[in-house]
Design a protein around this ligand. Structure first.
Ligand code: ZN
Length: 573
């Protein structure tokens, strides 16, 4: 055996070196490396780096160009980021994904500034709408008109004599039906207001066409549901749009089961190009408790195990539930949702969800609405003991001063949408005054109290583009241009804080902070390469920043160079 002498004492060092090089050679090469980037990791153990190596769907190394260079092999795809900013992919903690997808093709009313324009756009759409189909969506905003009156059916009846119309206010808490739609829904002067809803009426008691909150259900019942093929098309359209904006994960609030079925189908076909956490309505909580699944049940592309509840309505519709009345609406203090009639109904459902290990995500906007949900969360903790529940309050918009501490003590996540702040900031003080507005979208106060923030958009209530949300959180410059230095500027966040809320914060809110939300070794390779360094540019320019590339699970799903979205992954994982 002529090689016996190799491992003599004298040659031990050589031996060790040889072994080391064999190990290096046996390490697999990366599938993808990104070099020359300004990598902002959102990982405190290594906040910044130059380059990232990806193997299969995971990040395997983060470091300098030289360190990552060692991961290159003959088949490694390389991206030279040319000094651009690389962030973890954005995780939108609160979207209505199918409504958003539908809205991409619906009549557009959000930027309408007069009743005449409102009627003209709906009339134009009616001309091209096939017989029997509805005109829906719209997301109108009457505060942009002068005077800002809620629209009535009379404004659109003449241009839609045969077409049913139900166009919703941008906050989703009010809609306008034309006479055809009211007739389909059977709404007359005699129809009572449902619990948690209002049929807006004229001086003679006749419906004006405007329906608030639970009253919108009358219409929902008569609108034909989307066919399966239509739904698949809408979801794919929305996925492509999300990819182009760097949104790699989203949390779908109150999806229909049919929506989840479409995600599941696309997952199996390898066409689900974003990671989904779906939270159906709490009214159906028994379906999930029966199966015995717990929070965040599923795989990296599709999870369930949360429920979405509603405490109240919205600020703009005058239905957020407050301790004190709105300033400009008589004695109106807002409306508790139908799920809160009676509160014991909500308590029972929440207790059932929590006992089964299902996560609670509750929409609460007015200060008393939020407070009532904190009461219920506190009761749950007392009844079922301490656990890692990650209670969420969606929107958490107008806080009572007394409740910030409670929010923190109960470890409730504030799942907030910064764009709403620069939108509602236009009119909030007129509705609720200065004092309550000072605790409105109070992101800084939440952080000071140790409350975790998760950022989202509420799309289609607000734009899906994360850059608009980051811009809003950092500048708080209202959309009307009246607060260039920030509306309640003491509540502004730094870019780093805003990015963290949009990545790690949202991942934490869906129990996925161990597997995504930062650019860290071992985590899923979900990344967004930006056109500009949002940390160094003028904050007002953040909203103009574009996403150059979006990578999900190591695959490029959006490339601005070719303006191309890749809607398939090689294999469903
Ligand atoms: Zn929402």
């Amino acid at each position: 055996m002529k090689n016996t002498s190799w491992c003599s004492v004298l040659h031990l060092l050589t031996c060790a070196l040889l072994l080391g090089s064999i190990q290096a050679q046996s390490r697999p090469a990366a599938d993808l490396v990104i070099t020359n980037a300004k990598v902002w990791t959102v990982d405190k153990s290594l906040p910044e780096a130059q380059a990232v190596a990806i193997l299969a769907d995971r990040i395997v190394a983060v470091g300098s160009n030289a360190e990552i260079g060692a991961w290159r092999g003959p088949h490694t795809q390389a991206i030279d980021a040319a000094g651009k900013l690389l962030l973890p992919g954005f995780n939108d903690a609160h979207v209505h994904f199918v409504s958003g997808g539908l809205q991409l093709d619906n009549v557009q009313l959000k930027d309408v500034t007069s009743p005449e324009e409102f009627a003209r756009r709906i009339g134009d759409r009616a001309k091209t709408t096939p017989k029997g189909e509805w005109i829906m969506g719209g997301t109108w905003d009457e505060t942009k008109w002068n005077p800002p009156n809620i629209p009535t059916k009379e404004m659109i009846d003449a241009v839609t004599p045969d077409t049913p119309v139900f166009v919703t206010r941008y906050d989703g808490h009010m809609g306008l039906a034309n006479s055809v739609a009211l007739r389909f829904a059977g709404i007359t002067a005699k129809t009572p207001d449902p619990p948690g809803g209002t049929i807006v009426r004229d001086a003679h008691g006749n419906a004006t066409g405007a329906l608030k909150d639970a009253a919108m259900d009358y219409i929902d019942k008569v609108v034909p549901p989307l066919s399966h093929d239509q739904l698949v098309k809408v979801v794919k359209r929305a996925l492509a749009y999300a990819a182009s904006l760097g949104v790699t994960s989203f949390q779908h609030m109150n999806p229909d089961y049919a929506d989840i079925a479409v995600y599941s189908e696309l997952l199996q076909r390898g066409e689900l190009t974003a990671r989904v956490y779906a939270a159906p309505l709490i009214t159906q909580v028994e379906d999930q408790t029966k199966i015995g699944i717990r929070h965040a049940f599923g795989g990296p592309y599709l999870r369930i195990g949360a429920v979405k509840a509603y405490a109240d309505g919205s600020l703009g519709s005058g239905t957020a539930y407050f301790y004190e009345p709105f300033l400009n609406q008589g004695n109106n203090r807002g409306l508790l949702s139908d799920e809160m009639h009676p509160v014991s109904l909500m308590r029972d459902r929440m207790m059932a969800a929590d006992a089964a290990g299902i996560q609670l995500c509750t929409h609460a906007i007015g200060d008393e609405g939020i407070s009532m949900i904190l009461d219920l969360y506190s009761e749950i903790t007392k009844a079922h003991g301490v656990a890692d529940r990650r209670f969420r309050i969606e929107h958490a918009q107008h806080m009572a001063a007394k409740d910030f501490d409670r929010f923190a003590q109960l470890h409730v996540i504030a799942s907030v949408q910064p764009y709403h702040a620069i939108d509602d900031g236009r009119f909030a003080e007129g509705h609720i005054g200065h004092d309550r507005s000072s605790r409105t979208y109070a992101f800084r106060t939440f952080l000071n109290h140790g409350v975790r923030l998760a950022f989202g958009t509420d799309w289609d209530v607000a734009p899906l583009d994360p850059m608009q949300g980051l811009y809003a959180a950092v500048t708080r410059a209202t959309l009307d241009g009246k607060n260039p230095n920030g509306w309640f500027p003491e509540q502004k966040l730094t870019v780093a804080e805003a990015v963290e809320a949009y990545t790690m914060g949202s991942a934490y809110a869906e129990f996925q902070d161990q597997v995504k939300g930062s650019i860290s070794v071992g985590k899923l390779a979900d990344l967004a390469l930006l056109s500009d360094d949002i940390f160094s540019i003028d904050p007002t320019k953040i909203r103009d920043t574009k996403v150059l590339k979006t990578i999900i699970g190591g695959k490029i799903v959006w490339d601005a160079d070719t303006a191309k979205v890749t809607q398939t992954r090689p294999s469903a994982k």
